[in-house]
Design a binder for this molecule. Structure first.
Ligand SMILES: NC(=O)C1=CN([C@@H]2O[C@H](COP(=O)(O)OP(=O)(O)OC[C@H]3O[C@@H](n4cnc5c(N)ncnc54)[C@H](OP(=O)(O)O)[C@@H]3O)[C@@H](O)[C@H]2O)C=CC1
Ligand SMILES: O=C(O)C1=N[C@H](C(=O)O)C[C@H](O)C1
Length: 252
C-alpha cells in the first residue's frame, strides 16, 4: 500500500532523514510542517501552519518529529480530518492531549522507534524484577543540538524498570550537593550532551561486588526514521486508540 505522508518537523534533523527514507520507500511525502525561518522558495510543499495545507483529505498518515509546541495544532488538525498519527517527538508533558485525541483517531506514541531499544526495555524490566536489591541508574548521551533532557528513551527505560519493581521507584534528575546520598528507590537519570552522538542509553544495575550494564547505541538516525515508517504502515490499519512500538512489532 502506498501512503501519502505529512511530516511534521520536516526541516529538522530527523525530518530530513525521514524524507530520504520515504523517497526510498513506496510511499510519498506530500507535505511538511517546518519553522518559517527554515523554509526556502524551493520547499514548495512545506508549510508553517497546518491550516495552509492544501487537500488535507489526501493525507493518509502524519509522522511527527518536531517539538511539543506543535502537539496541540497537530492533534487538532489530525482529529478534524481523521488522520492517523505517529508521534516521535519527545519532551511532551501534556500527554493527556494525546490520550484524548486517541479516542477519535489511531495514534502510535513512542520515545524511540528503534528495534533495539524496544527489546532493551523488556530486558531491563526483567532484570529489575530479578535483582530487587540492586540500585538502578540510567545514563543517556546525545548530540549537542538536543533540547530536551532526560531523553524520551530514558523515560521509557525508567518506566520499564519501575514496572519490574511494582511502581515503587522514583526518578532523580542528576545528583549534586553535600546531602546527595541516594535512596534505595531512586533512579538517577543522567544526561550527557556533546558533538554528534546519535543516542546512547545505559541502564546500570549495581549490586554488592557486581554490576550489570545494558547499553543501546544508535549509530544512525535512519533506524528511527525506518521504525517510524513501519509504525505509519501499522497505524493506518488500526481503530482509534493509543498504540506503542510493541504493538507495531507484534503486528508484523
Ligand atoms: N522517537 C524517536 O525515535 C526519536 C525522536 N526524536 C525526537 O524528534 C524531535 C525532533 O528531533 P530533531 O529532528 O533532532 O530536532 P530538530 O530541532 O532538528 O527539528 C525540529 C523541527 O521542528 C521544527 N519546529 C520547531 N518549532 C516549530 C514551530 N513552532 N513551527 C513549525 N516547526 C517548528 C524545527 O524548526 P527550527 O529548527 O527552525 O526550530 C525543526 O524543523 C525531538 O523531540 C527528538 O527528541 C528524535 C529522534 C528519534
Ligand atoms: O533527539 C534525539 O536525537 C533523539 N531523541 C529520542 C529520545 O529523546 O530518546 C530518541 C533518540 O535517542 C534520539
Amino acid at each position: 500500500m502506498e501512503l501519502n505522508i505529512l511530516v511534521v518537523g520536516q526541516t529538522g534533523q530527523m525530518g530530513r532523514v525521514l524524507e530520504q527514507t520515504i523517497q526510498k520507500s513506496p510511499h510519498h511525502l506530500v507535505a511538511g510542517i517546518g519553522h518559517p525561518k527554515d523554509i526556502t522558495k524551493e520547499d514548495v510543499n512545506i508549510y508553517s501552519d497546518f491550516n495552509d495545507i492544501p487537500q488535507p483529505q489526501d493525507i493518509d498518515v502524519i509522522i511527527d518529529f518536531s517539538t511539543p509546541h506543535l502537539l496541540e495544532p497537530l492533534l487538532n488538525f489530525a482529529t478534524k480530518h481523521k488522520i492517523p498519527v505517529v508521534i516521535a517527538t519527545t519532551g511532551i508533558e501534556n500527554t493527556k492531549l494525546i490520550e484524548k485525541a486517541s479516542q477519535a483517531i489511531p495514534i502510535v506514541y513512542a520515545g524511540n522507534y528503534s528495534l533495539g531499544v524496544n527489546v532493551l526495555e523488556k530486558v531491563a524490566e526483567v532484570v529489575a524484577k530479578a535483582l530487587k536489591d540492586f540500585d538502578i541508574e540510567i545514563t543517556e548521551t546525545h548530540h549537542n543540538l538536543k533540547v530536551d533532557a532526560p531523553s524520551g528513551t530514558a523515560h521509557m527505560l525508567f518506566d520499564a524498570v519501575n514496572r519490574g519493581r511494582d511502581h515503587t521507584l522514583t526518578q532523580h534528575q542528576g545528583r549534586h550537593g553535600l546531602d546527595a546520598k541516594r535512596t534505595k528507590q531512586e533512579v538517577g537519570m543522567h544526561a550527557l550532551r556533546g558533538g554528534t552522538v546519535v543516542g546512547t542509553h545505559t541502564v546500570s544495575f549495581f549490586g554488592t561486588d557486581e554490576v550489570i550494564e545494558l547499553t543501546h547505541t544508535a549509530y544512525s538516525k535512519q533506524i528511527f526514521a525506518q521504525g517510524s515508517l513501519k509504525a505509519a504502515e501499522f497505524i493506518v490499519h488500526q481503530q482509534p486508540g493509543l498504540y506503542d512500538v510493541n504493538d507495531v512489532l507484534e503486528g508484523e
